[in-house]
Design a protein around this ligand. Structure first.
Ligand code: AMP
Length: 278
């Protein structure tokens, strides 16, 4: 496994065999089973696999969230080596955003709702850094978790709009045994908060059970989420949305494909989760 920080080194390895197909897994590090499941899929579907590890400052709307973002680069590299990754890009912020940097990518409508409404500038940061990653690796496929459902929708739109020759491949959310979606942020949950953090998943399961049972009233479904999250003393619901999975606009009556997505803080740590109903 080769590990480089500089753009030219990534390009040199990438183009050593021009006809090979590359899969790319962009990450912010502090790797867990969810990341590795993306890596494994990329390995199965491509000749070579690259992973980027970069805590992208421009996608954080909150300075202290960026400062507290956990890192463990040596462990991350050991996990990627064991998984069989070929190339890892670990750029510094100075390499990614050198002096005079001034170009950004805005996906307009899809970023107005949900996480885009809650986190000012987040998706501009994501779209810009992913464009840089895709331009550097020029992968055939890039793998993203469905846990960040809006990110998948935004990036799928972006590669079509900008004629980027990479397929965005959504991958299912990996969960802990109690249903909590794996996330680097989970490391920041204290034991009491960790014990309550599966409430996001449990509320989604309750919604799924009701929809499967024939419930169509969105107010009833919304109340189920509010009650499940509200029952945990350390949890606070920021939003729950029932949206059209294509446009990400709020629905006023139940229709499919439906994205049920939410953000909640548990013990002060902000968590997100969603279910997609095709
Ligand atoms: P991050 O390092 O949090 O930016 O995540 C890097 C990639 O891994 C993103 O495409 C995430 O959607 C994906 N990812 C994060 N958590 C999970 C999970 N629990 N299951 C599957 N993919 C995930």
């Amino acid at each position: 496994m080769e590990v480089y920080a500089e753009v030219d080194d990534i390009r040199r390895v990438r183009w050593a065999e021009p006809l090979a197909s590359w899969g790319l897994v962009p990450t912010m590090g502090y790797l867990h089973g969810g990341h590795i499941s993306l890596v494994e899929r990329a390995i199965a579907e491509n000749d070579y696999v690259g992973v980027s590890i970069f805590v992208n400052p421009t996608q954080f709307d909150n300075e202290s969230d960026l400062e507290k973002y956990p890192t463990k680069i040596e462990d991350d590299l050991a996990m990627l080596r064991a998984a069989g990754v070929d190339l890892v890009w670990t750029p510094t912020p100075q390499i990614m955003y050198p002096p005079h940097f001034q170009t950004t990518v805005d996906v307009t409508a899809l970023t107005q709702t949900l996480e885009g409404a809650a986190r000012d500038g987040h998706f501009r940061g994501v779209a810009t850094v992913v464009t840089k990653l895709l331009n550097t690796f020029q992968p055939r496929r890039a793998y993203f978790g469905q846990k960040d459902a809006q990110q998948v929708a935004v990036l799928k739109r972006m590669v079509v709009d900008l004629n980027i020759n990479t397929e965005i491949v959504p991958c299912e959310t990996l969960r802990e045994p109690d249903g909590l979606a794996m996330s680097s942020r989970n490391a920041r949950l204290d034991p009491a908060a960790r014990a309550q953090a599966s409430c996001l998943y449990r509320s989604l399961l309750a919604v799924k059970g009701s929809i499967d049972g024939g419930e169509t009233d969105l107010a009833v479904l919304r109340a189920m989420v509010e009650e499940t999250i509200g029952a945990e003393p350390l949890a606070g619901l920021e939003y729950v949305s029932f949206s059209d999975a294509n446009t990400l606009l709020d629905l006023d009556k139940l229709s499919f494909p439906l994205l049920v997505s939410m953000a909640a803080t548990v013990g002060g740590i902000r968590l997100i989760d969603n279910f997609l109903f095709e």
